[in-house]
Design a protein around this ligand. Structure first.
Ligand code: 6PG
Length: 239
């Protein structure tokens, strides 16, 4: 799987590119299959993309009624917690777009992690039996993690389960998390990795140089989806 790299002038331009890609991909999915499943990413980078999707011409063009919303990872906190990826997406995208609650499938961060992981996997297998999400949004950490798949985590070697409970390093705000695994990520039709800022430059350059060589160190380099893999990076992250 070779990735495509889209280099954008800045985060605003990157967000506009990604939002446009999401609208086009969602419209095509609905036209071909009558529905579209999107997994949102946590972190701060996608916030502007979410805001753009829920406003103006992009909002008018998006097939809201036919899209189900998922998360590629979640921190094990209640849904109203400042660190909740669900809360961040609700505020920036789902509430402004008035998405119906039945279309939103959040990871229940308030439950015991293993219980939340198994319940989420059951919901995914019920709603998307082949696991082929139409769009999966991901970020990349400065340590090369993606979703909540961190360097050295046993979850990196998961071959069966689609969702795992993990414990992140001490340095992070919330250590207990629930995350997609590579068996699920690699079933996706369209994976979009967003990376902005100079701090992401070492990871972006390593993956651009050789994903295979970077993979032992950076989990994000292991992505090999069945469909397309596109990195959206700003000039600061591209180096
Ligand atoms: C999370 C994210 C995580 C994030 C990266 C990049 O829950 O933290 O899913 O994988 O995408 O850490 O985060 P930033 O966009 O804030 O740099």
């Amino acid at each position: 799987m070779s990735a495509t790299f889209v280099i954008c002038d800045n985060l605003e331009a990157l967000s506009r590119e990604v939002a446009g890609r999401i609208v086009a991909t969602a419209r095509a999915a609905v036209e071909q299959r009558g529905r579209c499943a999107i997994a949102l990413s946590g972190g701060t980078t996608p916030r502007r993309t979410y805001q753009m999707l829920a406003a103006g011409k992009l909002k008018a063009a998006f097939p809201w009624r036919d899209v189900s919303w998922w998360w590629s990872d979640e921190r094990c906190v209640p849904p109203d917690h400042l660190e909740s990826n669900y809360r961040r997406a609700l505020e920036a995208l789902l509430a402004p777009a008035r998405v119906a609650p039945e279309q939103i499938h959040r990871i229940e961060g308030e439950r015991p992690p293993e219980e939340a992981a198994r319940a989420y996997e059951a919901a995914l297998r019920r709603e998307i039996p082949d696991g082929a999400l139409d769009i999966v949004l991901l970020g990349a950490g400065t340590d090369g993690h993606t979703a909540s798949l961190f360097p050295g985590s046993p979850a990196l070697d998961e071959r069966e389960r689609w969702v795992r409970a993990v414990v992140a390093e001490d340095a992070l705000a919330v250590r207990e998390r629930v995350t997609f695994t590579f068996p699920l990520l690699d079933r996706a039709r369209d994976v979009l990795v967003l990376a902005a800022g100079a701090a992401k430059c070492p990871v972006v350059m390593a993956v651009r140089e050789s994903a295979a060589f970077a993979a032992p160190r950076y989990p994000v380099a292991r992505l090999a989806p069945a469909g397309h893999l596109t990195w959206y990076v700003d000039r600061a992250a591209a180096g």
